[in-house]
Write a protein that binds this ligand. Structure first.
Ligand SMILES: Nc1ncnc2c1ncn2[C@@H]1O[C@H](COP(=O)(O)OP(=O)(O)OP(=O)(O)O)[C@@H](O)[C@H]1O
Ligand SMILES: [Mg+2]
Length: 407
């Protein structure tokens, strides 16, 4: 890479592989100076199912971005998602080491390590240990205990794990592209960096990223991520429903969805007609736009209802008051916000990318929120290198060095 002030972020989605190259100035402002896009091939539900195709997609996306930015990309901050992701909340407790009872950064690290020694199945690896809050003796709700005085330090941490096989295949695909990994970041966490304000995270907010195969759900309150979950449905299911319902090829169904789709049938004028190309040599036909929306609505309703179920499953009690923020390509479907408001019975807004000084217009929408979030994350965290200059084993060792870094 050209220098420390330039980094690259890679979002391997289920529909597209997006690379963005960012440059940060002395005041910490981030400018996107190049990007590349390639259709995602070889992945299903966030998991590599065809290595050759995956490598090809990543290479194209990264090479295009490198060319536009005029830099070499040899390492990336990459997102990870999928049904294989699990998260649990864990508790760690230690005795403060200094005799004068002042809590040091080393104590905090030890407490976080204690929280991360929960029994993790052998086929899983920890990808994040995120401290939520600390308690010093009997005082709970402490955000930063360093410098405080106490004899016992406790931490509540959110632990995110991934299937080792799935993560290894991701590393392997990147290795094949000659890319080192600066960070591997849970996509929900990445996207929060680009879309949520500090006050929203404090009050409590649900973030829902509806992409191609997946809807990623994350819940934040008291300034920390509290719960993450994945619903295995997304825009591709909507498109397939349209293809079946209107008997049209999948690519035509996708175009109809992008041009005329809506998630709420009541918003659409039943008199408005659209032309549906026929499948397998059949003639085109005219249908009401309302019919298209009536196919989309139940599927979107299903996705959002499963999101509600996931949040309830988390046992968080009331859904956070800050409402719901929608992102991912599906959030661009007109009526999605209104439909979600009906289902969640709370304020819903569509995400808007923040924390980036400038980015090309064509990147400034919710399909690219994850890529921008990864960029912000990458700039705010020291890199942990893997790939050609390290191994999976050294990556896991280095894990110790970065668990103390907060969100
Ligand atoms: N303007 C739009 N209106 C409606 N749907 C859209 C629009 N743009 C994109 N989509 C849909 O959004 C989905 C892709 O979203 P996104 O780019 O967020 O997914 P991804 O990141 O590739 O996948 P995932 O997050 O599931 O891994 C596709 O199903 C696409 O049809
Ligand atoms: Mg995505």
């Amino acid at each position: 890479m050209a220098g420390e002030n330039i980094i690259a972020a890679l979002d391997i989605g289920t529909t597209k592989v997006a690379t963005v190259v960012g440059e940060v100035d002395d005041d910490g402002r981030i400018y996107v100076i190049g990007h590349g896009l390639a259709p995602a091939e070889g992945l299903r539900r966030g998991v590599v199912v065809d290595m050759e195709k995956t490598v090809k997609s990543i290479k194209k996306s990264v090479e295009d971005a490198a060319m536009v930015a005029g830099v070499e990309i040899d390492s990336v901050t990459v997102g990870i998602a999928g049904e294989h992701i699990r998260s649990i909340n864990s508790h760690g407790v230690i005795a403060v080491s200094r005799t004068d009872n002042e809590i040091t950064a080393a104590d905090v690290k030890k407490a976080i390590e204690a929280a991360s020694t929960v029994a993790i199945p052998v086929d899983r690896e920890i990808i994040h240990v995120i401290p939520q809050e600390y308690s010093v003796d009997d005082q709970s709700g402490v955000r930063d205990p360093v410098g405080m005085s106490g004899v016992r330090l406790e931490v509540e941490a959110h632990i995110v794990t991934a299937s080792i096989t799935t993560a290894k295949n991701l590393y392997r695909a990147l290795e094949r592209c000659n890319l080192d990994v600066d960070h591997i970041v849970l996509e929900s966490l990445a996207v929060s960096q680009a879309l949520l304000s500090e006050s929203e995270m404090e009050t409590g907010v649900v973030l829902v990223d509806i992409g191609g195969d997946l809807a990623n759900v994350s819940v934040f309150y008291d300034s920390a991520i509290r719960h993450t979950a994945v619903v295995s449905l997304g825009g591709k299911n909507v498109t397939n429903d349209i293809a079946i319902g209107l008997r049209t090829p999948v690519d035509q169904a996708e175009t109809l969805k992008l041009n005329y789709g809506a998630a709420l049938a009541s918003m659409v004028d039943p008199e408005e007609m659209i032309t549906v190309p026929g499948a397998a040599g059949r003639a085109a036909k005219e249908v009401s736009r309302n019919v298209l929306a009536s196919i989309i609505e139940p599927r979107m309703e299903e996705v959002l209802s499963l999101v509600v179920r996931e949040i309830k499953k988390a046992g968080l009690g009331e859904i956070p008051t800050g409402g719901l923020v929608l992102t991912g390509g599906c959030s661009l479907l007109p009526g999605t916000v209104e439909l979600a408001e009906q289902i969640f019975d709370m304020p819903v807004r569509c995400g808007r990318i923040m924390g980036i000084e400038s980015t090309p217009d064509e990147l400034n929408d919710n399909r690219f929120a994850t890529a921008h979030g990864l960029l912000i994350y990458g700039f705010h965290h020291e890199p942990v290198r893997t790939g050609k200059n390290g191994s999976m084993r050294s990556f896991l060792k280095k894990f110790e060095n970065w668990i103390t870094k907060k969100l």
